[in-house]
Design a protein around this ligand. Sequence first.
Ligand SMILES: Cc1cc2nc3c(=O)[nH]c(=O)nc-3n(C[C@H](O)[C@H](O)[C@H](O)COP(=O)(O)O)c2cc1C
Length: 190
Amino acid sequence: MEKIRLEPTLALPMPVTLVGAMVEGKPNFMAAAWVTRVNVKPPLIGVAVNHRQYTGQGIRETGIFSLCLPGPDAVAKTDYCGLVSGRKVDKAALFDVFYGELKTAPMIRECPLCLEVRLTQTVELPVDNFYIGEIVAGWADAAILTDGAPDVTKYRPLVLTMPDNRYWSLGESVADAWSVGKVFKKGESE
Ligand SMILES: Cc1cc2nc3c(=O)[nH]c(=O)nc-3n(C[C@H](O)[C@H](O)[C@H](O)COP(=O)(O)O)c2cc1C
């Protein structure tokens, strides 16, 4: 099929998170979608944060941050956390905030799945800093677990698409990963 050239500013579908950090001694949260796992062992995760974000100041101050996954019920609060800065309003007042093992990674009780993260590396980029950190612990509502693991059909993560700027829920599972492709294997090893 013929391909149409697009501008390089396009973005792939992304998970919607709330990044938390203590800034000037108080919890703050911002919406972030430029988030990805970057290493298997130790378990590292990275988030791209624009230099101007108040949350980034807290990540640099404390070396600690959190990532919480809001469900559909929290979409408006999440969007709000992406519209206004903690420099101007107390966004943490919207939430029931809790702390885990690191004691200084603010997390959100309404979010069914949260990670607390210790900063290990900062990659300085022209507009963003890419903060990479080790996941120290995950915290999940018991109700979203199936056989001890988070079950997306229960916690219903949000996905962001750009440039249409919309939040989505996941659709149906289409196949099992590391499995469905085996039909093409002809005896080759991994
Ligand atoms: C859905 C959504 C996703 C966002 N993703 C990011 C992101 O990945 N990185 C970033 O720096 N800002 C992102 N933003 C913008 C920040 O959340 C926004 O500028 C926020 O006000 C920063 O808050 P703070 O100054 O309290 O840290 C996003 C906003 C929305 C609505």
